[in-house]
Write a protein that binds this ligand. Structure first.
Ligand SMILES: [Zn+2]
Length: 357
């Protein structure tokens, strides 16, 4: 009996699974977008189940206030890139796994590149713009998009399969035109979140991802699962394609990729760690090394391979190789933008948006 046969022995005997399913999983490539409570557990589930290749993407660093629901991150990891720490965690446990990580915010510029030749994308993101960008790439490449969401006591999950089901944008069209520049969604620092609730989102999404990749049998299409952890009730909600969907609709002119695309401008996005903001596009990745040297000479420190950590009084700035930054310890998005400007980084032209979970 091979090592793999022993390792996966309990999985191989599952009804409806078997060796051919295991082999399909081993050949599969998955993009996991977002590595918070849901995404970090998703990475563990898919790696241990035998998915062959993972790309892990998250724009943020490990934060103390989020550790209560993110068991793969340790106290020592606070301030390090979540993508980098998660990649090390899963590759330490599954040596055969091929894993890549990127510390980036997903948007219209990079989502096709991040999706690459993945067979499936799992949405564990905390921003609607990021979700729509990833969705439009999945629609373009006709790749299944497994949506997960967890906020408060509630979880949502659905397999969205271009050409077969509604896409994410059919369900959640942009609202910026009617609600100013804000997505009017609660964030986890406002309504809270609980470890087992986000773990439920990871379990539902990982089970569906494994079914899509390994067996393609009994995958529920055209319905979203909504679970309320407080009442214990579970609902299946019908989801419908919209012919006027900007991403997948029959009348869509996708040449205008996304009405909210912000290429070339910085944006400040509120994160759910509390007094924490992500600023996009402040630095070209090619200039990271120069900026890094400049700040290291002034007492900043490297955190892992891809972050320069800068302290300005009580405020902390994590500058990412990919060109964004997280500003922590400021009361508002405007203050975050001010800190970035005062550090001599770009980002003169900023607009503000909020994330959710
Ligand atoms: Zn659509």
């Amino acid at each position: 009996m091979s090592i793999d046969d022993r390792y996966f022995a309990r999985q191989l005997v599952l009804d409806g699974f078997g060796r051919s399913s295991q082999e399909r999983l081993a050949r599969s490539k998955v993009l996991i977008a977002g590595l918070g409570g849901t995404g970090s557990l998703m990475a563990v589930h898919l790696a241990l189940a035998g998915v062959g290749r993972l790309t892990l993407v998250d724009r943020d660093v490990v934060s103390f206030e989020n550790l209560h629901r993110q068991p793969i991150y340790a106290m020592d990891d606070v301030g390090k890139s979540k993508a980098e720490v998660a990649a090390k965690f899963v590759s330490d446990r599954v040596p055969r796994l091929k894993v890549a990580y990127r510390t980036e915010s997903i948007d219209q510029r990079n989502s096709l590149d991040l999706l690459g030749n993945a067979d499936l994308a799992v949405d564990c993101l905390d921003s609607m713009d990021g979700r729509r960008a990833l969705n439009s790439s999945c629609v373009e490449r006709k790749k299944p998009f497994v949506h997960t969401g967890a906020i408060g006591w509630e979880v949502s999950e659905a397999v969205l399969w271009p050409g077969r089901t509604a896409c994410f944008e059919c369900l959640f069209p942009p609202v910026a035109q009617t609600h100013g520049e804000y997505e009017d969604l609660p964030s986890c620092d406002q309504v809270g979140t609980l470890g087992p609730v986000v773990a439920m989102a990871a379990s539902l999404g990982a089970t569906d991802a494994i079914k899509v990749l390994a067996t393609q049998e009994r995958v529920t299409l055209g319905r979203m699962t909504v679970w309320d952890g407080r009442s214990g009730e579970i609902h299946r909600v019908d989801i419908k394609r919209r012919s006027d969907c900007a991403a997948c609709g029959t009348h869509s002119a996708r040449a205008v990729k996304n009405p909210q695309s912000q290429i070339g401008k910085s944006r400040v996005i509120e994160l759910c760690g509390g007094r924490e903001y992500y600023v996009t596009n402040i630095l070209s990745p090619a200039h990271f090394a120069d900026a890094g040297r400049r700040f290291l000479a002034r007492g900043a420190e490297m955190r892992g391979e891809s972050i320069v950590h800068i302290r300005v009084g009580e405020v902390e700035v994590s500058l990412f190789r990919a060109g964004g930054a997280v500003v922590r310890g400021v009361p508002s998005a405007r203050e975050a933008a001010k800190v970035i400007k005062e550090l001599g980084l770009e980002g003169a032209e900023v607009r503000f948006a909020t994330g959710n979970a």
